[in-house]
Design a binder for this molecule. Structure first.
Ligand SMILES: Nc1nc2c(ncn2[C@@H]2O[C@H](COP(=O)(O)OP(=O)(O)OP(=O)(O)O)[C@@H](O)[C@H]2O)c(=O)[nH]1
Ligand SMILES: [Mg+2]
Length: 319
């Protein structure tokens, strides 16, 4: 769609993404798994069987015990009151505050000591490189100048994959050869971005190293690079999580947060999973801002996280 030649060995994003699909369409698997066929718009009585079914479904969608309990308690209390309030409205009331807590957009400050560094971290395959491509395009659209750093020097095709995203958007990618020191690549890129007065440098990192400890040590090292470059450097550590991994995503978030401190989360692949309820667990347990959600493989499939929009999409009726 960008009229570019494909490079060999690099997977081309699938062309299945339907540009007119609404968020609710994209969240279909989570949405139908959670609420499909359970309530109707004009039904106000909630019986015990419905409540039990709902509880099972909330847990299956990885919404987490805390939010599940809140939902069930509220609906129970309402049903005792013989309330005439629509259950879907009640659900919205109880679900929205949890997600509102983590609805905090990524705002790039106007700073004299450019660039602003966005360090993108996460385990392998979660969608880091794809998210970088999408994010770079979005920031460009907002009038920012952007540069990319190919900090994943571990996986052979990673540099080329980032280069493809860079070529598409005419964004310079700073890279060294496969196997070189990732911190050195990012340091180099910071220098280049500063001398070219670039607003934002987005750095890719490896998701797979020899083992998990090695990955965490490497992340710690990389995390220090920004400080080494300039103690006043402003940055965001952005953790990418694959929604489809459910509770594993929560474990990863805790580990990365303990090791290097996470400023924001991008939750990807919400379009292909029934486990999108993980967003509630993340909000409940970590209270780390969710900056964006990934709802497809195309460049436009990265949306700022909007709590009300997300819940409305989950509660939308099937058309
Ligand atoms: N459906 C869907 N697929 C996505 C999304 N984000 C990323 N992907 C796909 O997930 C796969 C992995 O994405 P990458 O960006 O290569 O993931 P990564 O974290 O950089 O992986 P490593 O470099 O191996 O650590 C690719 O096929 C992407 O197209 C999303 O929001 N929805
Ligand atoms: Mg990658």
């Amino acid at each position: 769609m960008f009229g570019l030649k494909r490079k060999s060995g690099v997977k081309k994003p699938e062309e299945s993404s339907n540009e007119s699909a609404t968020l609710s369409d994209r969240l279909k698997r989570t949405r139908t798994g959670l609420f499909g066929g359970l309530f109707s718009r004009n039904k106000t009585v909630i019986d015990n069987a419905t409540l039990e079914e709902l509880e099972d479904r909330l847990l299956l969608a990885d919404i987490g015990i805390k939010t599940t309990d809140q939902v069930i308690q509220l609906l129970k209390a309402e049903s005792k009151k013989n309330s005439t309030e629509n259950p879907l409205e009640l659900l919205k009331q109880v679900l929205l505050p949890t997600l509102k807590l983590v609805e905090k957009a990524l705002i790039i400050p106007d700073i004299p000591n450019k660039p602003y560094l966005i360090l993108v971290v996460g385990v392998n395959g979660v969608g880091k490189t794809t998210t970088i491509g999408k994010l770079a395009k979005r920031l460009q659209g907002e009038g920012r100048s952007v540069m990319l750093a190919a900090g994943d020097t571990f996986r052979a095709a990673a540099i080329e994959q980032l280069q493809v995203w860079g070529d598409r958007n005419e964004i310079k990618v700073i890279a060294q050869t496969h196997g070189s020191d990732s911190g050195a690549v990012i340091f180099d890129a910071l220098k280049s971005a500063r001398s070219n007065n670039i607003d934002v440098l987005i750095a890719d990192t490896a998701g797979r190293l020899h083992n998990k400890d090695h990955l965490m040590q490497e992340m710690k090292k990389i995390h220090r690079i920004g400080n080494k470059f300039d103690t006043d450097l402003q940055s965001e550590v952005l953790l990418v999580l694959d929604a489809g991994t459910g509770q594993n995503a929560l474990i990863q978030a805790k580990q990365f947060n303990e090791m290097i401190g996470i400023d924001g989360i991008v939750l990807t692949k919400l379009d292909g999973t029934a486990k999108g309820g993980i967003v509630f667990s993340l909000a409940d347990e970590l209270n780390i801002p969710i900056r964006f959600i990934g709802v497809g493989e195309q460049v436009e499939d990265l949306m700022p996280f909007d709590a009300a929009e997300f819940i409305d999409a989950l509660l939308a009726a099937d058309t």
